[in-house]
Design a protein around this ligand. Structure first.
Ligand SMILES: Nc1ncnc2c1ncn2[C@@H]1O[C@H](COP(=O)(O)OP(=O)(O)OP(=O)(O)O)[C@@H](O)[C@H]1O
Ligand SMILES: [Mg+2]
Length: 269
């Protein structure tokens, strides 16, 4: 859940201003919900993007802080894609990350959108990037509770794992930035496409159109169809279990989208 910028204790604000100088305007980001704070900060020194999370206690991080630590650790290794991390600060029980600000819009993944070509280029480049050692999360572990054997999803490729339209920012001159590297993992390269599929469906693609679109990626076409079936079923099952315990509308939507994909693959077996 997002907090308000004004919830930040004075010592945290002080630590931020030590980096930015006086701040004259803050705009909270309307999208995303993971970090407690995600905001554009207009300061004397310029514009930057701040993500912050509250620790559970002085020596206990909690999931939001852990996500931000991941993001901070990975950032220097993915500068081809991500806005640069300028500084980090820890004060008053908060962890704060200050990023280069991207003046861009969210990508449009709908059928026929020119942004799909940009997305494809980004994914090709991502798939060609070796996975840095600092990436330690193993993507297949996400499905351990819903599948007997998750090894088909295991591998050593770098996976952003959440290339949704709000995490792909496109500038006026057509440059694309990928944000939100909190859940970056290592695994089989094709899993990136599998995780993208619900976002294509959400943007209006039919499952058959989404299938055609991801077929442009060699890792996807080379993957064993049985592995992709296993993934589709496990992905849908995990989200329906989440929906059973989480009433948020976006969880229900993701459960429906992942189920739609699993049903499509079943219908073609
Ligand atoms: N460096 C940046 N410059 C400008 N805008 C940014 C930047 N980083 C993120 N944003 C904007 O803020 C939104 C939220 O950021 P991000 O996705 O990193 O946060 P999050 O809290 O981890 O969100 P999520 O709930 O999606 O995991 C993004 O969708 C994007 O619109
Ligand atoms: Mg996001």
């Amino acid at each position: 859940m997002r907090s308000d910028w004004t919830d930040l204790p004075p010592e945290v604000l002080g630590a931020i201003k030590a980096h930015t100088g006086p701040i004259h305007r803050v705009e909270s980001s309307p999208t995303g919900n993971h970090a407690d704070i995600a905001a554009t900060v207009n300061a004397v020194s310029g514009r930057l993007f701040v993500k912050a999370a509250r620790m559970m206690s002085p020596d206990k991080d909690g999931p939001e802080v852990r996500s931000l630590r991941n993001e901070a650790r990975i950032n220097p290794h993915v500068t081809e894609f991500a806005p640069r991390l300028l500084w980090t600060a820890e004060a008053g029980g908060w962890l704060v990350l200050g990023f280069e600000h991207v003046d861009g819009r969210h990508a449009d993944f709908s059928p026929g959108s020119p942004d799909l070509a940009i997305l494809a280029k980004v994914l090709d480049a991502l798939q060609a990037t070796p996975c840095p050692d600092v990436v330690t999360m193993r993507v297949e572990r996400r499905w351990e509770s819903v599948a007997d054997d998750v090894t088909p999803m295991a591998g050593e490729a770098l996976l952003h794992t959440d290339v949704n339209a709000t995490n792909l920012l496109i500038t006026e001159d057509g440059h694309a930035y990928v944000v939100d590297w909190a859940f970056t993992s290592r695994g089989a390269a094709w899993v990136e496409m599998g995780l993208l599929i619900p976002w294509l469906l959400k943007a209006g693609h039919t499952p058959a159109e989404a299938a055609r679109w991801v077929a442009q990626f060699p890792s996807w076409t080379a993957a064993d169809p049985a592995a992709k079936d296993l993934f589709a079923d496990a992905f849908a099952e995990r989200w329906s279990r989440r929906r059973d315990v989480n009433a948020a509308a976006w969880v229900a939507e993701h459960a429906a989208l992942t189920r739609q994909w699993a049903d499509y693959r079943r219908s073609r077996r």
